[in-house]
Design a protein around this ligand. Structure first.
Ligand SMILES: O=C(O)CCC(=O)C1=CC=C[C@@H](O)[C@@H]1C(=O)O
Ligand SMILES: [Mg+2]
Length: 367
C-alpha cells in the first residue's frame, strides 16, 4: 500500500447531553478524523479520540494534530506498507503519543481490509457476526441516572456502567440497586480513590458490581495489585494499560481481573489485538472501551470486539446515545443489546461526507 494523500478534519460534535466523570464534564466533543487515499483511490478512515484538554491522558487534539502533521503523516507518505502491523514499527521514532498513532494506524487497517476485499473484523481475526454491548450513564443527577438506566435497559443494553468517586459512591450505588437490584452493573472511578479508601471500596461489595474500573492512579499497577487482594469486586484497568508491556506486568502482578481495551489508548489495532491475545493466554477477561467517539471509531471498536476473547459487553452504544446525527451511514444501531458486525469491506460503513463537512471546523490535506 502507498498512501498518496492524507486529509485531517478537526470535527466538533455537540453531545446530546453533557457527559460527567470524576475528572471532567464533556459537552462538545472535538475529534480528528483521518482520511487516507492510496494510488488506486481506495479510502481508509481513522479517528483520533484524544480530548480537547489532557484530563484523561496527556494527549490532546492539538498535540495529536502536531504529531500527525510533523511526524506521522510524513512517515506514512514516504512508506510502502505491506501490512498494517508494520505501522507501529514505522512510528517507532515517535515516543508514546498513542492516540495520534492509533488514528493513522486505524485508517491504514481500514484501507488494507478494503484492498483485501474483506471486513476489518475478518482482517483482525474476528469470529462474531454480532456483539453484545453495554452503555455508560455519565450524569450526577440521580433522577436522570435512574431514568437513563430504565430507558437503556428497555433498549436491551446488556450492562450499565456508572461513574463513582469518594464523594458519590455508596449512597449512589445503593439508590441504583434499590431500583435495579438485578441489572449487570459496573462502576468507573477514573482514578478518584487511593489506598486510604480500601474500607470504602470494600463496602461497595454489597452491590455485586461486575467490576470497579480504574479505582487508583492512572499510571499505577502495584497499588491496584495490593487493592485487588483486599476487595472481592474485580478490578478492571483502563488508563493504567497504555502498552502491551503494561498489560503483561498487570497480569503478572495480579493488578486486575479485567482489562478495558481502547484502540486509541494503546496505540492502535495491532497493539489492541496483542493485548487481547495476551489476556486470552492469562484467562483475564477483556472488553472494548469507548471514548465518546463518532461512528468511525465505533466501527473500528465493533471490529475489534468481534475477536474471540472479548467476552464482556463493551462501551459500544448506538450513535444516538451521544449524537443527534453521526457522521457515518448507516449509524450504529443497537437491537436487543447487540450490534451487527458489518461484513462489508473495511470498517463496513460509509462516511457521510456532507455531515462531516458541516461538523469540520478545519481541514488540511497532505500529499
Ligand atoms: O464512549 C462511551 O460510550 C463511554 C466513554 C467512557 O465511559 C469514558 C471515556 C473516556 C474517559 C472516561 O470518562 C470513560 C472511561 O474511562 O472509560
Ligand atoms: Mg474508564
Amino acid at each position: 500500500m502507498n498512501v498518496k494523500r492524507v486529509t485531517l478534519y478537526h470535527v466538533v460534535m455537540r453531545l446530546r447531553s453533557p457527559f460527567v466523570t470524576s475528572l471532567e464534564t464533556v459537552q462538545d466533543r472535538d475529534v480528528i478524523i483521518v482520511e487516507v487515499e492510496d494510488a488506486d483511490g481506495v479510502i481508509g478512515w481513522g479517528e483520533c479520540v484524544a480530548f480537547s484538554t489532557p484530563w484523561y491522558t496527556e494527549e490532546t487534539i492539538k498535540t495529536c494534530w502536531h504529531m500527525l502533521e510533523d511526524f506521522l503523516i510524513p512517515s506514512i507518505l514516504s512508506a510502502t506498507i505491506e501490512h498494517p502491523d508494520q505501522v507501529s514499527t514505522l512510528f517507532e521514532h515517535v515516543k508514546r503519543n498513542h492516540m495520534a498513532k492509533a488514528s493513522m494506524e486505524m485508517a491504514i487497517w481500514d484501507l488494507y481490509a478494503k484492498r483485501q476485499r474483506i471486513s476489518l473484523s475478518k482482517a483482525l481475526g474476528g469470529v462474531r457476526t454480532k456483539i453484545e454491548v453495554g452503555v455508560v450513564v455519565g450524569t450526577e443527577k440521580m433522577s436522570d441516572c435512574l431514568k437513563m438506566i430504565e430507558a437503556y435497559m428497555e433498549q436491551g443494553y446488556k450492562r450499565v456502567k456508572v461513574k463513582i468517586k469518594p464523594e458519590n459512591d455508596y449512597e449512589w450505588l445503593k439508590e441504583i440497586r434499590r431500583h435495579f437490584p438485578e441489572i449487570p452493573l459496573m462502576a468507573d472511578a477514573n482514578s478518584a480513590y487511593s489506598l486510604k479508601d480500601v474500607e470504602r471500596l470494600k463496602a461497595l461489595e454489597e452491590f455485586q458490581l461486575m467490576m470497579i474500573e480504574q479505582p487508583l492512579a492512572s499510571d499505577d499497577l502495584i497499588e491496584h495489585a495490593f487493592l485487588q487482594k483486599q476487595i472481592k469486586t474485580p478490578i478492571c484497568l483502563d488508563e493504567s494499560i497504555a502498552t502491551y508491556h503494561d498489560a503483561k506486568v498487570a497480569l503478572e502482578l495480579g493488578s486486575c481481573q479485567v482489562i478495558n481495551i481502547k484502540i486509541g489508548r494503546v496505540g492502535g489495532l495491532t497493539a489492541a489485538k496483542r493485548i487481547h491475545d495476551l489476556c486470552q493466554k492469562y484467562h483475564v477477561e477483556v472488553w472494548c472501551g469507548g471514548m465518546l467517539e463518532t461512528g468511525i471509531s465505533r466501527a473500528h471498536n465493533i471490529a475489534l470486539a468481534s475477536l474471540p476473547h472479548f467476552t464482556i459487553p463493551g462501551d459500544i452504544s448506538a450513535s444516538s446515545r451521544y449524537w443527534e446525527k453521526d457522521i457515518i451511514i448507516p449509524e450504529i444501531i443497537v437491537n436487543n443489546g447487540e450490534v451487527d458486525v458489518p461484513d462489508r469491506f473495511g470498517i463496513g460503513i460509509d462516511v457521510d461526507r456532507n455531515t462531516l463537512a458541516k461538523k469540520a471546523v478545519y481541514r488540511q490535506i497532505f500529499e
